[in-house]
Design a protein around this ligand. Structure first.
Ligand code: ADP
Length: 570
């Protein structure tokens, strides 16, 4: 690739034309698609697709995710989302044809670009703290480091911040007597600790779980101080025993990223977007910086005090996840952002960091069946509804742990399930309008009788009617043959709703091993000087199974610790 880039740069410079575009036509799922690729010298600047008849709501997210990944990696060697495979493959083909017309060689377009910038002399930048990744953990770390008076740079390989944080269902667990007690919910730090540690099958590091559960409330206060407004509702995660989940007003992660981003800007943090950290720079046994690539340039970022890895998990790296669990093939859906490719874990392990719990990769049982996302679910479906398979039968206690639900769904014919509720599904003020939106967009089926619903989702009507009758009896008796304990309401009030769900790869629970100071540990469990980590890039906090609502306090609590300690490190 590097030779190609030099030749291409020379040709383009000689012709005096650095920015160029080519438009091509390719065959998509429903007809032709126009694909336009623009380059600046040898850098792929933008990819657009238009004049097509593809089903926009199905392809848009998948196509944009793929295009972001191509631009970030400057390579066509990217995963194609399984939800819109034909369209994405077509756009990829269009990119290939256009880039060949622009002078690129086909084989080189599919290379892994790790060494592509080797021959360009690096420029250098110096800060007190360098942070890799602009998701929730990296941004929290940046705020705390800057508050300590450190000069801070955040490197983000995508064109915008947010990572998996903006894709999450965004529940924030913490004990909160003020909201819980009026609802008759009695909770404690000890209950929170026990539920987290035991829910993770006691595979987490107890001292990290203790920090998470005892500092989550402080993390929430920190967010509120920065301007994040929380809704007054308290929710429960899938299989959670005690409701302690909070939401921001918009019930999504974008709110969090916005306030953190604003705080970073107010504190003078420098952001380097489209900048991919590639390697940690060492001096003897200490980490002193990060080598990164940015638009055809190698930059060496030197850190006077510390480097924080906050680059997220590896859910989008099929090879890496299959290395740790061979069942997690590319056939499975994935809810993650394209940047979740395990870069930080790879960089840290190259310099001898200890990795922990790598084999524990969480599938979220209720992914959107077409692209693995988390957004288009019937609200409160676990507490208020049931799951049935293609035969119209229940097959698992719906209030079971995430891993149990995921495996049970994968074991059904077609590896999917329908979630079903009646008209009594609402808990929060905007649940009804949200569900109506999903019906209008075609994600959720709505019917006035169970019989009609069965026909819409193509299951045997008599069996489905019988399944729901039996479930309603369980609710009346408060005793369920599958062992379900959350038996709140019968499903008997029309209209009825159904939504197809598939397990989706969601959170990689293992990662870099840290201590209570968020220092990265080496193979002898000693801190590596100058290196800190926080968020999904780390392991040992959730153990083998994550309690829903815990990833947000994880990223905020450990992001804060990592940023502060990196700034104070000498
Ligand atoms: P967390 O919840 O732990 O903050 P996120 O997935 O929200 O994790 O954020 C991680 C961020 O790190 C993403 O925005 C991702 O694009 C970014 N990232 C991943 N690898 C790199 C890298 N090599 N260089 C710079 N940024 C990276």
């Amino acid at each position: 690739m590097k030779k190609l880039m030099i030749i291409l740069s020379c040709l383009l410079t000689l012709s005096g034309c650095s920015k160029r575009s080519v438009e091509v036509k390719v065959d998509g799922h429903n007809g032709p698609i126009s694909v336009k690729v623009s380059v600046d010298h040898s850098h792929i600047e933008s990819i657009e697709y238009y004049n097509h008849q593809e089903t926009l709501e199905v392809v848009q997210q998948a196509a944009e995710t793929m295009i972001d990944a191509i631009i970030a990696n400057q390579s066509l060697a990217v995963d194609v989302a399984s939800g819109a495979t034909v369209t994405c493959q077509a756009i990829l083909k269009g990119c290939e044809n256009a880039l060949i017309q622009l002078g690129f060689h086909r084989n080189q377009l599919y290379q892994n670009n790790d060494n592509e910038y080797d021959e360009i002399r690096p420029s250098e930048k110096q800060y007190d703290v360098i942070i890799v990744g602009a998701g929730g953990a990296g941004l929290s770390a940046a705020v705390m480091a800057a508050r300590e008076g450190a000069s801070v740079a955040v490197l983000e390989k995508m064109s915008e911040p947010g990572g998996n944080t903006v894709r999450a269902t965004a529940m924030y667990n913490c004990v909160d007597d003020k909201l819980q007690h009026p609802l008759g919910i009695y909770d404690s730090e000890e209950d929170f600790y026990n539920e987290t540690y035991n829910g993770g099958y006691q595979k987490a590091k107890p001292e990290l779980v203790r920090i998470l559960t005892s500092q989550a409330d402080e993390g929430k206060l920190f967010l509120e101080e920065l301007g994040l407004q929380f809704d007054s509702v308290i929710d429960n995660c899938l299989a959670g025993k005690i409701a302690r989940g909070h939401y921001s007003l918009a019930h999504n992660g974008t709110d969090y990223v916005q306030v953190l981003w604003q705080a970073c800007n107010d504190l003078g943090v420098d952001f380097y977007l489209n900048t991919k950290a590639n390697e940690l720079i060492m001096a003897q046994d200490s980490v002193i910086g990060v080598e990164a690539y940015r638009k055809g340039e190698t930059i060496e970022f030197y850190a006077n005090n510390g480097v924080v890895l906050a680059s997220g998990g590896f859910g989008q790296n099929v090879e890496m996840r299959m290395y740790y669990n061979r069942n997690l093939t590319g056939e499975l859906l994935c809810s993650n952002a394209p940047g979740a490719t395990g870069d930080g874990i790879i960089m840290a392990s190259k310099i001898g960091a200890s990795l922990i719990n790598m084999e524990y990769i969480e599938l979220y049982p209720m992914g959107d069946s077409y692209d693995g996302g988390l957004r288009n679910s019937i609200p409160n479906v676990i507490n208020k509804g049931i799951l049935v398979n293609q035969q119209g039968q229940r097959f698992v206690r719906e209030d079971g742990a995430r891993d149990v639900l995921s495996q049970a769904i994968l074991d059904q014919k077609g590896s999917y399930a329908y979630s079903i509720v009646d008209d009594d599904f609402e808990i929060f003020a905007d649940d009804r309008s949200y569900l109506q939106g999903l019906v209008l967009m075609g994600y959720v089926e709505k019917a006035n009788s169970i019989d009609e619903l069965a026909h819409l989702i193509d299951v045997d009507a008599d069996i489905l009617i019988n399944t729901i009758d039996q479930y309603n009896q369980s609710v009346a008796l408060q005793s369920d043959c599958l062992g379900r304990e959350t038996l709140i309401n019968a499903i008997d009030k029309p209209p009825f709703y159904a939504n197809m769900k598939k397990p989706t790869i969601h959170h990689t629970l293992g990662g870099i091993e840290i201590n209570e100071m968020a220092q990265v540990l080496n193979q002898d469990k000693q801190p590596i000087n100058g290196l800190f980590a926080a968020g999904e890039v780390t392991g040992g906090i959730h153990g083998a199974n994550r309690l829903g609502g815990n990833s947000f306090p994880d990223m905020i609590v450990f992001g804060r610790i990592a940023g502060k300690n990196a700034a104070l490190n000498q």
